[in-house]
Unconditional design. Structure first.
Length: 362
């Protein structure tokens, strides 16, 4: 199995500690997400003026955009303690009941990846969010009884990367929902300037632009690349990081000008050189690059599709024209001259028993 890429790497404890230190502590320091920040500020200010706990808040969006940071800011702005857990950690209703029963009045409960919570726990959460009450079932069978347990008012902050997987009744119980968008390069430069100041790094404007342009629109990746550039500059005895130094450092870590890493380029290269640009099924493509299907689909594909380098069709994945030019390949005549029907209609022999076509690639 290949080594994990820099932009999608799992974080070591030291990395998590540094990243936590770089998190903004209040809404004024939080960069980007102007619409969500403005709306959230109003919600929190109104709650403070009423002297009540804030409404339940749901943050959705891709990883690394600041959902956890905003949850911490909600607690800080409300001057309330913060309790952190996650959906995968709550597999039984009893797990949730234990957490809820230990909350103090006004406390903020943050549930990361809330869409991965078990169904029994979800159903218990409905009543807890709406009525601040849970029913504890004691006994089994005909002798089972439900004991109501009153809860102090609290604020639930949920975060999810898959908002579509949240049941409607749960989604509707949040008083405020904020969807986080990818950052622009100028916004990422502001993030990097703040982080560089905290890390006591000397980086000029061109250096910030170089790092921001390779950060996939994601502050978490931008901060991670900044730390790797810092390491490179330290080893090479460079005091001030400019565009040339940043480019040399990130080239060494195999992060190119578009932000593509080793896995991204391997997927595109296999698609072009081994399958003539596609279409090819996802499982076949994953085998060709020596990765798991889920890794290709969840780590590489979202960014490649967003950048217009890879296309997903019912027949499988195809390499778009910018992918050929980015990797330095000439686009063969006829590859993109197919009619749209050729890509989206079933090929001969692909029809199922009911005349419907079942695509090879998911």
């Amino acid at each position: 199995m290949a080594e994990p890429s820099l932009v999608a790497a799992g974080e070591e404890p030291e990395e998590r500690a540094i990243e936590a230190a770089l998190r903004p502590k209040n809404l004024d320091d939080f960069v980007g997400q102007h619409r969500v920040r403005k709306q959230l500020s109003l919600v929190l200010k109104a709650s403070r003026m009423r002297g009540r706990s804030a409404d339940h808040v749901l943050f959705s969006g891709p990883p690394g955009l600041g959902k956890t940071t905003l949850a911490m800011i909600v607690a800080a702005e409300m001057n309330a303690p913060l309790r952190i857990s996650s959906g995968p950690a709550i597999q039984h209703a009893g797990d949730l009941a234990a957490i809820l029963s230990s909350l103090s009045e006004g406390e903020v409960l943050f549930l990361d990846e809330i869409h991965r919570m078990s169904r029994p726990a979800e159903e218990m959460l409905y009543m807890a969010m709406e009525d601040f009450r849970v029913d504890i079932v004691v006994g089994k069978g005909a002798g089972a009884t439900a004991i109501p347990l009153e809860l102090p008012p609290f604020t639930l902050v949920g975060a999810t990367t898959r908002a579509g997987l949240l049941p409607g009744p749960l989604r509707d119980r949040f008083g405020f929902t904020g969807h986080l968008e990818f950052y622009s390069v100028p916004e990422l430069e502001l993030v990097l300037r703040r982080s560089a100041g905290l890390l006591d790094l000397k980086v000029n404007s061109a250096g910030f632009t170089e790092i921001a342009g390779r950060s996939r629109g994601t502050p978490r990746i931008a901060n991670r690349l900044l730390r790797r550039v810092r390491d490179w500059a330290l080893v090479h005895g460079i005091d001030q990081i400019d565009a040339r130094a940043a480019s040399a450092a990130l080239d060494m870590y195999e992060v190119d000008k578009k932000g593509l890493d080793r896995l991204d380029r391997a997927v595109l290269d296999a698609l072009i050189t081994k399958f003539g640009g596609g279409p090819v099924g996802l499982s076949t493509l994953a085998i060709a690059v020596g990765e798991e299907t889920e890794t290709v689909e969840t780590v590489a594909e979202p960014f490649l599709v967003r950048e217009g380098l890879l296309g997903r069709t019912p027949r499988g994945r195809i390499a778009m024209a910018p992918a050929w030019t980015h990797l330095g390949y000439a686009i063969p005549s006829g590859v993109f001259a197919q009619e749209q029907l050729d890509l989206f209609e079933p090929a001969e022999g692909d029809a199922g028993p009911a005349g419907e076509w079942a695509p090879e690639g998911r």
